[in-house]
Write a protein that binds this ligand. Structure first.
Ligand code: PMM
Length: 268
């Protein structure tokens, strides 16, 4: 999944694709690099971010969703708002990526059930403005698996079919770097719920801190670390990685696939 933030303020690519033309060009380039899905987002979720009006979000994303879909690209809409998900679906989006897993907007679950689209339910505890205060866990992996399991129940109760659901542990969302590493190293416990798992590690600050310590390396210098995370995630059973640099992570997941296939018993 290639990341296309049509925002002025996202941590890595904010402001780079704020015109429709630049955004569509970049989406097409990521699709040509091998992305299966392009994830279009109009609202930044970086820590501390203030919410934007719904009209602003719609104006940013709809022309990009429409143009990319017309070009035959599979588009995901990164939104926590049912009205945006619904409008994007009408403009051609095939998937909804909701970083709140349906918690930010009570209308989301019904919207997904009615639209029948694939739905990424990410683990989330609070809006970006205050999420850092909610990074308190007994056992982060057990708590995230339990809370995502509860989201699945609520979604299915609202009419969403299990085969529409993709789960995501929400790296960096109400999580410290130590929490993120726990979630990655014990990914199998989330995979064991039986749903496809998506991971968004790309260029995130825990990678910058790993490489730079007290002076984290900047987002643009985090791609090699992202590639390593993509390979390990794929080998651990992830279904999808959400990344800024598509070509390098595609190579990484191909390596992981070949590695896993060769270690299967019937391959020897
Ligand atoms: N991270 C961001 C935005 N959307 N969606 C999912 N499913 N998972 C994530 O980890 C995730 C996301 C924030 O990062 P960005 O600024 O690179 O988009």
């Amino acid at each position: 999944m290639g990341i296309l933030n049509v925002t002025p303020d996202s941590f890595s690519d904010g402001g780079r694709y704020s015109s429709t033309t630049a955004a569509v060009e970049h989406g097409l380039a990521m699709a040509a690099d091998g992305a299966d899905v392009i994830d279009v987002g109009g609202e930044s979720t970086r820590p501390g971010a203030i919410r934007i009006p719904v009209d602003t979000e719609l104006a940013r994303v709809l022309p990009v969703v429409r143009d990319l879909s017309r070009c035959g690209v599979t588009v995901s809409i990164d939104t926590t708002r049912a009205v945006v998900a619904d409008a994007a679906a009408r403009a051609g989006a095939a998937m909804v990526n909701d970083v709140s897993g349906g918690l930010a907007d009570p209308a989301m679950a019904k919207c997904i059930a009615a639209a029948g689209l694939s739905y990424v339910a990410m683990h989330w505890r609070a809006p970006s403005r205050t999420m850092a205060q909610h990074a308190l866990y007994r056992d982060v992996v057990a708590d995230v698996v339990g809370e995502l399991g509860a989201r699945v129940e609520a979604l299915v109760d609202a009419g969403v079919k299990p085969n529409q659901i993709i789960l995501d542990p929400g790296l960096g969302f109400a999580k410290t770097a130590a929490h993120n590493w726990q979630l990655l190293s014990r990914l199998a416990e989330l995979v064991a719920l039986g749903y496809p798992v998506l991971l968004g590690a790309s260029r995130k600050s825990f990678l910058g801190e790993l490489l730079g310590g007290a002076t984290p390396v900047p987002p643009a210098a985090r791609d090699a670390a992202t590639v390593a995370a993509s390979a390990l995630a794929a080998a651990a059973g992830a279904f999808c990685v959400r990344v800024h640099d598509v070509a390098s992570s595609l190579d990484a997941v191909r390596v992981a696939d070949a590695w896993t296939a060769a270690s299967a018993p019937n391959h020897r």
